[in-house]
Design a protein around this ligand. Structure first.
Ligand SMILES: [Fe+2]
Ligand SMILES: [Fe+2]
Length: 363
């Protein structure tokens, strides 16, 4: 008697739910599994008599159907929004081409993307309204180098670790001088392939540490990744001036393989030493660019027009020359020197980088 009454109640509830939630059900599509399950469950209960646990099942169906009807409406809204966006993209690109083709489900007007190729980039313009000509960096990433920065600052190596860092860099300079001699354009380009590695390695390791320890980085991840990107832009600039020969490309391949791994291990073992080494490398870079400028002044290297990429990246005047470019690059190196010696000093003070806010905002 009790069981029959429960069954009647459950049927009544399901009929009620069915009218409210299933009357407008459309054919089930592949990504609407929730609705599919509800339809199957309702059909099962309609077609079979309820047993002892039917009351619990009825509760489950009601709960699930309410959730699903919410999900269905959310999905439908999302589908509509997606379709509207797709329509806009197709209209912008002049219709569905081979790249942007969409398929239409018959009956429910659902469009499915068959290729995500062709996400539109926003149109970017310069301050004067002319189109921005670079994809590799945007106007808001450009800056004016600080030419007033002290170029003569030198960190005196006092501790054993500092001396190790200092003499490691001095030792590396010997084969570099031997290989490049006075070919400063080529030397700059090749050294930038190395200089762009430490920031990326340090930033990556700090990023992983932040994830591992559930802690903030104090802005140092961003600062080091910015340094890496800035060094890479130095390379992109000098690439326009000096074209590497095949054996120089091969050398970069080998050096990167060795240096990346060596710096990675050094940073894991002693970030204090790693940042000090980079600080001294940057001091050497300042020296190299000063020599470069001397050769330009003597006329031994032609002071050609500045590459377009450099004019936009450093916001230089249109009539800038190679000398102007070398000066802003040298100022960047002085900034990297200060950042890395500072990072090393933080470790010397027994603190972690996250404890001292990173000097962000220069680049
Ligand atoms: Fe550089
Ligand atoms: Fe640098």
């Amino acid at each position: 008697m009790m069981s029959r009454s429960v069954t009647r109640m459950a049927r009544s509830m399901i009929n009620h739910i069915g009218r409210r939630n299933f009357s407008t059900l459309r054919p089930v599509t592949g990504n609407e599994a929730g609705i599919g399950v509800v339809t199957g469950a309702a059909g099962f209960l309609h077609g079979n008599s309820m047993k002892g646990s039917e009351k619990a099942v009825a509760h489950w169906v009601r709960y699930f159907s309410v959730m699903s009807s919410g999900n269905a409406s959310t999905m439908a809204l999302r589908n509509k929004e997606q379709n509207d966006q797709d329509d806009q993209k197709i209209n912008q690109s002049g219709g569905a081409t081979g790249r942007n083709a969409t398929a239409t489900d018959s009956g429910n007007n659902n469009k499915r993307i068959v290729s995500y190729w062709g996400i539109q980039s926003p149109k970017v313009t310069k301050e004067d309204g002319t189109p921005w000509r670079w994809n590799c960096f945007m106007p808001w990433e450009t800056y004016k180098a600080d030419l007033s920065i002290d170029l003569k600052k030198h960190h005196a190596p006092v501790t054993l670790l500092d001396k190790v860092a200092y003499w490691t860099v001095k030792a590396l300079r010997f084969p570099t001088d031997l290989f490049f001699q006075k070919r400063y354009g080529c030397r700059a380009m090749m050294l930038e392939t190395v200089a762009a590695v430490p920031g990326m390695v340090g930033g990556m390791l700090l990023h992983c540490k932040s994830l591992r320890k559930f802690e903030q980085s104090g802005g140092w991840i961003k600062a080091l990744l910015e340094e890496a990107e800035n060094e890479r832009m130095h390379l992109m600039t000098f690439m326009e001036i000096a074209k590497p020969k095949w054996y120089e490309r091969a050398l970069v391949f080998a050096v990167q393989g060795i240096f990346f791994n060596a710096y990675f291990v050094t940073y894991l073992l002693s970030p204090k030493l790693a940042h000090r080494i980079v600080g001294y490398l940057e001091e050497e870079a300042i020296h190299s660019y000063t020599e470069f400028l001397k050769e330009l002044d003597k006329g031994n290297i032609e002071n050609v027009s500045a590459p377009a990429i450099a004019i936009d990246y450093w916001r230089l005047p249109e009539d800038s020359t190679l000398k102007d470019v070398v000066m802003v690059v040298r100022a960047d190196e002085a900034h990297h020197r200060d950042v890395n010696h500072f990072a090393s000093d933080i470790h010397y003070q027994g603190q972690e980088l996250k404890d001292c806010p990173a000097p962000l905002g220069y680049h």
